[in-house]
Design a protein around this ligand. Structure first.
Ligand SMILES: [Zn+2]
Length: 380
């Protein structure tokens, strides 16, 4: 059997133990103290074999960078492993969703997205050290604290680290229960449409009012038409608000709209369409704000080459690896947009990210850990 795979199998109970520790240290994006506790947990664990740096995250927790001390002389360039320490789950979720092992799976808040991926990566690094496998490049792990809320604070740090890297390995969850990697991701953004109408008494002065809710309803119908399933363009009016009382013609209404696009060009077209919205009722005024948050990670030749390498290494582990494109974004969107070869979905195999059935497959722990170690050990 592959030496790295048998190493990973021998460590499986320890890997599960680490996943448990990481899951049981809750770290919602909105709670910087909690995220910092998680960051310290990881920092403590690696401090004897990594140079650890912390970066302020503004209103979020700290971002973490670990440069590992690994076998191999005269290293040139670096490989960046990218992940996030935050989860979408509020403090106390563990009471209803405790970490548990059942039905061949590990369950718990953040186990798939993406605490298991972090555990795999730390054990991949340990494998390289314990087996004394020389590396050609430096290895840096960066964990951002604000990924689930758009990565505004970490983006400059991610881009700076990516520019110094030959390749980026993103340890986000794999796609589907087959564990596909992600070589393309849609770009993601948000718009807010605010309608300013004119308030009036809904009985005494009905015709003097310009109903902002009515106007918004017509606009939403139009905006929903921007979706083009065939081209993979998704536009979702997700939140609406407006009005004050049923007997008042509403002066204001608002919609928050999320969108996903496979190509940068689609985002530009969509932006023009949003900016070109005009009121149906001329007495209303429209205000459009927002735009693209994460650029699409378009499938590039360099990214595809990296995937082929991963597929070859996975075959040595007895695993058939496939690629996919994802409708969700990750911090890999930023690094790919800079032209740095980026391979995403290298974390755990499971299902239910952001949902109550969030879980990972136990029998994929060893091969995913081994794949990360083999990628690092191969000289790409
Ligand atoms: Zn994630």
């Amino acid at each position: 059997m592959d030496a790295i795979l048998s190493y990973a199998r021998s460590k499986q109970a320890e890997i599960v133990g680490l996943i448990r520790n990481l899951v049981e240290c809750e770290s919602p994006s909105t709670d910087p103290e909690a995220v910092n506790r998680f960051v310290e947990l990881v920092a403590d664990r690696v401090s004897s074999f990594a140079r650890v740096r912390r970066f302020p995250g503004g209103r979020f927790g700290q971002h973490l960078q670990c440069e590992f001390l690994l076998p191999g002389k005269d290293k040139e360039g670096q490989v960046l492993a990218l992940g996030h320490s935050d989860t979408v789950w509020p403090l106390g979720t563990l009471r209803q969703m405790p970490f548990r092992e059942a039905d061949g799976k590990l369950w718990g808040p953040g186990v798939l997205d993406m605490k298991a991926g972090i555990a795999f990566f730390l054990f991949a690094v340990e494998a390289l050290r314990d087996l004394d496998l020389p590396l050609r490049r430096r290895v840096v792990l960066q964990l951002n604290s604000d990924e689930e809320l758009g990565s505004d604070s970490s983006r400059p740090l991610t881009e700076e680290a990516a520019r110094r890297s030959e390749a980026v390995l993103v340890i986000e969850p794999a796609a589907g229960l087959e564990g596909k990697l992600k070589t393309a991701r849609k770009g993601v953004g948000d718009y807010t449409l605010t309608v300013h109408g004119r308030a009036a008494h809904a009985g005494l002065d009905f015709t003097a009012g310009a109903n902002a809710i009515l106007e918004l309803a017509r606009q939403i119908h139009k905006i929903a038409g921007f979706t083009n399933l065939e081209r993979g363009i998704l536009v979702n009016p997700g939140v609406i608000s407006g009005g004050t009382r049923a007997n008042v013609v509403p002066a204001q209404a608002r919609a928050e709209i999320n969108f996903r696009v496979p190509r940068l060009k689609d985002a530009e077209i969509l932006d023009r369409r949003f900016r070109a919205l005009r009121p149906f009722d001329r007495r209303c005024r429209l205000e459009v704000s927002g735009g693209l948050n994460r650029p699409p990670m378009e499938r590039t030749r360099a990214g595809a080459r990296l995937f082929r390498l991963a597929r070859r290494l996975a075959a040595e582990l007895g695993v058939t690896l496939e690629e996919s494109s994802s409708s969700g974004g990750s911090d890999g969107n930023f690094t790919a947009a800079l032209g740095v070869p980026t391979l995403d979905g290298l974390g755990a195999v499971g299902e239910g990210a952001h949902a109550t059935h969030e879980s990972i497959l136990i029998d994929r722990i060893a091969d995913r850990t081994a794949l990360l170690a083999k990628l690092l050990a191969s000289s790409f």
